[in-house]
Every structure is written in C-alpha cells, then in structure tokens.
Design a protein. Structure first.
Length: 334
C-alpha cells in the first residue's frame, strides 16, 4: 500500500510517499521543506501536494507524522505541540482537511524505533558485534538537542516502539571525576538528569566543567568558535581534529558517560535483541566512538558484564530512519 509519511522537526520537515507492507518499504517521492517558513504542517502538506501532484494519481489514504514533541493520545486521535515551533498537529484535523482514511501522529524518537526494522545493513555501523537473540527486546537511544530513548518489543511479526522519557533519569557517576562533574552541575540545576550530559548542551557543560578545573588551558581558537556559533559542534570539531586537549578530554568524557548510560538501559530492559545508538551526534563522532571508550563504559557492569558483552551495539548512520519509521507505522493500522 502507499502511505504518506512525515518527519517533522523544528528546522526541517520531510515528507515522502512510500510503498510499504508495514515491514518493507520503497520510497517514490521525497521532499524537504524549511519548517519555519510555513504557518503549520497543513501548509506544508498543501505545498507537497502541489509539488508532486503531477507525479501521482491520488494522495494515499494512510498517513503518519513523526513530530519533535510530546504526543497526547485520546479516543479521538493524537495531538502534539512541536517543541520548537508554534504548531499544533492533530490527526483528527489533518484527516478532515485532506481526506485521509487514517492519520497517526507519533513522537519522533518512537519513529526512530520503528525505523530500525526498515534499515538495511548500510544504515548501521557496528560498535560491538555480540549475538542478537531473535525477537529479543531492543534498546534505542540517541543524543541530539536532548536525549531520546525508546524500547522495542517483539509483537509476533514486528517490533512495537514504546515511547519513554528515559533520558530524564538521574545521572549516576562512575568515577571520582564524574563525582566532581555531578557536584558542578548540581550547583546549576539541583537534580541532574542524564540529558544534562548526554546531549549537545551536555557536551558543552562537560567542557565548561573541565575548563573550570584549570588543568588544561582553553585555546583562543576554540574559545572564539564557542562564542561565534554552535558550541557543541565547535567542541566536537576541535576534538575530532585532535588538535585541542581540552576539547578532546570533554568529548572522551561525554562518550564515557554515554556508553555507561547505554549499558544501564541495556541491562534494565534485557536488550538481547541489540542496542542502537541514534540521534544527531553519534554518526558525526563515529570515529571516536569506535576507539573503545564507549564499549568499555557500556560493559563496565561488574557481575553483569557477560550479559552486556553478548549484546550487539550499533550506531544508526541513516538520517532517514525517522521517515522510514513513520512510513512503517502508517501501514500498521489496527
């Protein structure tokens, strides 16, 4: 069947028409739009119809939109407020305006979870081989602006993605240096969640903590980059180029904390089906993730080490995973 799928972010909105049976997919048409240039999602859908109308006979009757924001589910449908846009997305309103037979609105990270099933091997990069148990639970987490997290549970013929707010669990230090980091951030925030560290802003916070210890000098070039643009990107760029000691130390500590939290999640759900690292940051720092800091922290679980070492761990490198997940979800209408 053909479905309309959308990945709705604060910066960009991607829409596509895909042929899918709920497990496999083939995308025919895909368009990207600047979200902020439009009044709402309906305006983008109207533009998409105008752009592709000559290439299709009719719009699909099924649609799913993955949105960057919390989704409220009611008997009438789903409604979401986009975190970084003044938009309200309602499945009921969209269905009425465009004549869809059924519309789903899901959280963007839930869509990432669904999309894992639709990825080929080319969309994944292994950090730890392990041995996946068929139908075993899967953990998906990803750092970007925040820390997304979902759990995949086998439902007989596909994985169902369960949305969570696991990124907001409390940060658990695993070393004296991390104890100091917790004290540093507690003075700022009171309670310190994992998202305070495992995110773009978290990398900046780690950098600021290490800078405050006065053990490594901040280079004028990096200081200027921090003031000029995206500080998280400036730090990771300086670290990956291996030309700045303070940035290197910050990124290494970030990866260590990321790996430890991923291992905690893996143990919590018994992720025998594998662990998937998604989000906007992991693919960009993949060379550093492969140096071993992440997997050492992931497997540093004392008596439970043998369990985590058996779990496959992969980085999601395909930036279309959310769009794929929305397409698969659109086809799975009860």
């Amino acid at each position: 069947m053909q479905v309309l799928a959308g990945d709705i972010g604060g910066t960009n909105t991607r829409l596509c028409i895909t042929e899918t049976d709920g497990r496999h997919h083939q995308t025919y048409i895909e368009c990207r739009y600047a979200s902020g240039d439009h009044a709402d999602l309906a305006a983008i859908i109207r533009r998409f119809i105008a752009d592709v109308g000559s290439h299709i006979r009719e719009m699909p009757g099924l649609a799913c939109f993955a949105v960057a924001g919390p989704v409220e589910v009611t008997p009438a449908g789903e409604t979401a407020r986009i975190t970084n846009l003044p938009w309200v997305v309602s499945s009921q309103v969209l269905s009425k305006e465009f004549g869809f037979r059924h519309v789903r609105v899901i959280n963007d990270f839930q869509a990432v979870g669904y999309g894992i099933e639709g990825l080929g091997s080319g969309g994944l990069a292994a950090l730890q081989e392990g041995t996946a148990v068929a139908g075993g639970p899967r953990a998906v987490l990803g750092a970007g602006t925040g820390l997304g997290q979902t759990v995949l549970v086998w439902q007989g013929d596909h994985y169902e993605a369960l949305p969570t707010e696991g990124g907001h669990v409390s940060f658990a230090p695993t070393s004296p240096l991390q104890d100091e980091l917790l004290t540093f951030l507690r003075a700022r925030h009171g309670r310190v969640s994992c998202e305070r560290l495992i995110s773009g802003p978290g990398l900046v916070a780690i950098y600021e903590f290490l800078r405050s210890r006065d053990e490594m000098a901040e280079s004028p070039a990096v200081a200027g980059s921090l003031r000029a643009g995206d500080p998280g990107a400036a730090i990771s760029t300086a670290a990956l180029e291996k030309n700045d000691a303070l940035a290197n130390a910050a990124l290494n500590l970030f990866i260590e904390i990321y790996g430890a939290h991923a291992g905690d999640l893996a143990l919590t759900i018994g992720a025998s089906g594998g662990v998937y690292i998604a989000g906007g940051i992991a693919a960009k720092i993949l060379p550093r993730l492969r140096e071993g800091i992440f997997t050492r922290a992931f497997n540093d679980k004392g008596r439970m080490r043998r369990l985590t070492e058996a779990m496959p761990v992969s980085v999601v490198t395909a930036d279309t995973v959310g769009l794929i997940g929305a397409a698969l979800a659109a086809a799975r209408v009860n």
